[in-house]
Design a protein around this ligand. Sequence first.
Ligand SMILES: NC(=O)c1ccc[n+]([C@@H]2O[C@H](COP(=O)([O-])OP(=O)(O)OC[C@H]3O[C@@H](n4cnc5c(N)ncnc54)[C@H](O)[C@@H]3O)[C@@H](O)[C@H]2O)c1
Length: 380
Amino acid sequence: MAGLGRAFVLMAPALANPKIAIVACTDIRPEARSRFASEHCALAYASVEELCDDPQVEAVYVATPHQFHAEHVRIAARHGKHVLIEKPMALSDAECREMISEAANARVQLVVGHSHSFDLPVRRTRELIASGVFGALRMITAVNFTDFLYRPRRSEELRTESGGGVIFNQAPHQVDVARLLAGSRANSVRAITGAWDRARPTEGAYSCLLAFENGVFASLTYNGYAHFDTDEWMDWIAESGLPKNPAEYGAAQALLKNCKTHQQELVLKNARNYGGENAPATPPNSARWHQHFGVLIASCERADLRPMPNGVAIFGDDARSFDAIPRPAIPRAEVIDEFYDAVVCGVAPLHDGEWGRNTMGVCFAMLQSARSGQDILLDR
Ligand SMILES: NC(=O)c1ccc[n+]([C@@H]2O[C@H](COP(=O)([O-])OP(=O)(O)OC[C@H]3O[C@@H](n4cnc5c(N)ncnc54)[C@H](O)[C@@H]3O)[C@@H](O)[C@H]2O)c1
């Protein structure tokens, strides 16, 4: 495990998977390293290089900040380690291409995830579309309203050039989901972004229209400044699959009001992060439903399909029905399964380097479209 922050906390329940053994970690925060070492009876290293020098390590989950993704994948690949890299894959197309060739040269697997296209209800929706029962897919609608911009942040998370803002951080989820459901190549992108808070000067909101080669189009909307919370439309199940308490309205903004400087914000973030003194306890897996990324509707000729944390709601011509999915035994097991199948069984992963690069191609085009006011055509 490289990087023991929020992403690691979200992935941690998946580590109970008997397919894998956790042997070592690295993080620049000593408190995170020591908690990990004692919780997992594992080794803790001070750098990614040292972690990758350990011959026991076969594969590395890179969940470090965005600006380090390309470098950390390069280090891991050159040490012969397979890599699961968090989204966003990287900050430029050149970095994505370099990561793909580093992995290919080293003959190691590169899987890009987690993103919400791994979620079982999204995959089930894809199966329902592919069954043909509801006619052709025509349109995808994704809407997510959160308090993203007002959670405690590292200063680079608030600077687009360092990988900050919602295009790098959140759009890869919606783009991945839309690409998976559309099942076709994205042709063109038109986006408008919003950066509405001068104290947090990066994109906090966007709307994007994405056209696919097969005629499907997707509208993707994200508001990270939101007062409304789309989890209300997901039966108050949060992105993590855990129940959310609506009485905690405005909690992120209230907490942040006490921070006057970036340094104070970082202290607050670290205290609440893994290994920090105010880190929340990990809820039991039995409390979880499937994860999600807000409202998603796939409109087919004869039905609208709506993935929910507990299944897929089907609004057909004559009736509505519900395709229920049981609770996950292990959250994010789909991610570990895809990575394991690639590394151990040699099965080509769906979310390989080229998949991740294509998703980032759409995200880069969103930024370009917002700057230029133009449609951006995506090349092959
Ligand atoms: N898939 C998801 O649902 C999801 C959720 C959250 C974050 N993420 C992704 O995970 C990655 C990390 O984000 P986060 O929210 O966990 O950030 P975070 O700030 O909470 O955690 C980052 C961790 O990396 C450590 N770190 C920083 N520099 C390092 C270095 N050079 N070597 C080793 N460790 C280093 C930090 O100390 C911190 O513990 C990002 O790519 C982010 O987009 C994904």
